[in-house]
Design a protein around this ligand. Structure first.
Ligand SMILES: Cc1ncc(COP(=O)(O)O)c(C=O)c1O
Length: 364
């Protein structure tokens, strides 16, 4: 007898009991979620002897980022409520995800982007999925204000993370992690702060439901040039090469602070140099290619380990640290090319080629 196949049905079906859906909700899914949680032994070796490090690779979602978790629910609910169009402001990934789910739902997707600040891969996604894309000569925060105004005046559903269904969908990431273990520390990049809000909600709900005993300490990381929560005031002109988290006035600022304070965690900042270092390390040592914004979580863990943050709190067992790697590296190929050695072209002659291979084995 062949083994019975258990097919994964996407996160709404998997977590239906914990989500605001009913039998009437049309489920718009691309079978998002169920992403790998990868132990990173080589990174552990260079970061700290006091931690077990796991990478939750959200780049494995259908459009290559965690946004799909929120978007399956936001678009399903918009459809249920009779909307014909959705709208978002985006640093790239929200638009890629909204455009894909809107296409699947047969709805128009309108996207407002900050001009010149979107990673190429993300822009191609929105365009290919048929979104109506407009760039503004302004930043993300200004784009968000505009889409909020449009959604308040016209019959179009806003699908940024201020839409509560986005947070509901994204909290399922916490459920998946707890299916394996409860982390001691949860490290996550912070931009508009929807995702840290969602994970914290997910962990708390699982604890209330009696599915986990403890809650993790939440560790959020912003980019130094876009760190309003760390600095305590909005940043008018946020700057970082990690375009996904280039946000100066996060919509879920208060909720992020609540997650930090309730969990006795912290929200810190990392430099672009630290982000690029983590981005390269994850790819080169662990085979996990995430986008620069995602690597802020890993960069933050490296920074804290250097300050002996984990050692000072070490118990008898190693602490389990989960880093959320929010998006795929293929989204931003320009950055990868910029941080890599230039491609060398040689004549197709073995001797010439061998000179360049850094090959250490002796000839057979
Ligand atoms: C890859 C990536 N990481 C992190 C973030 C930040 O998430 P949030 O805005 O929910 O804090 C974003 C948001 O666009 C993103 O695209």
């Amino acid at each position: 007898m062949p083994e019975k196949k258990i097919l994964y049905k996407g996160l709404i079906e998997t977590w239906r009991k914990y989500l605001p859906v009913s039998k009437k909700t049309p489920v718009i899914t691309l079978f998002e979620g169920n992403t790998p949680l990868i132990r990173a032994l080589k990174l552990e070796k260079i970061i700290s002897k006091d931690i077990e490090l796991y990478l939750k690779f959200e780049g494995m979602n259908p459009t290559g980022s965690f946004k799909d978790r929120g978007m399956t629910l936001a678009v399903s609910k918009a459809k249920e409520e009779g909307a014909n169009a959705v709208i978002c402001a985006s640093t790239g990934n929200t638009s890629a995800s909204a455009a894909a789910y809107a296409a699947r739902a047969g709805m128009q997707c309108i996207v407002i982007l900050p001009a010149g600040k979107i990673a190429l891969g993300k822009l191609t996604q929105a365009l290919m999925h048929g979104a109506t894309v407009l760039a503004i000569d302004g930043n993300f925060d200004e784009a968000l204000n505009i889409v909020k105004e449009i959604a308040s005046k016209y019959p179009v559903t806003l699908v940024n993370s201020i839409n509560p269904y986005r947070i509901e969908g994204q909290k399922t990431g916490a459920f998946e992690i707890c299916g394996q273990f409860t982390p001691d520390y949860h490290a996550i990049p912070v931009g508009n702060a929807g995702n840290i809000t969602a994970y914290w909600k997910g962990y708390k709900e699982f604890k209330s439901a009696g599915r986990i005993k403890n809650l993790p300490v939440m560790l959020g990381f912003q980019a130094e040039g876009a760190a309003p929560i760390v600095r305590g005031y909005p940043v008018e002109k946020p700057e970082t090469l990690a375009t996904a988290i280039r946000i100066g006035n996060p919509a879920s600022w208060k909720q992020a602070e609540a997650a930090r304070d309730e969990s006795k965690g912290l929200i810190d900042m990392v430099s672009d140099e630290e982000i690029v270092n983590a981005y390269k390390l994850a790819a080169a040592l662990e085979g996990v290619y995430c986008e620069p914004g995602s690597a802020a979580s890993l960069a933050g863990v490296i920074k804290l380990a250097k300050q002996k943050y984990f050692s000072k709190r070490a118990g008898s067992k190693k602490a389990k640290v989960v880093c959320i790697l929010t998006g795929h590296g293929l989204k931003d190929p320009d950055r990868a090319i910029k941080v890599s050695p230039p491609l060398v072209t040689v004549i197709p002659v073995l001797k010439e080629i061998m000179k360049h291979l850094k090959f250490t084995g002796a000839q057979k």
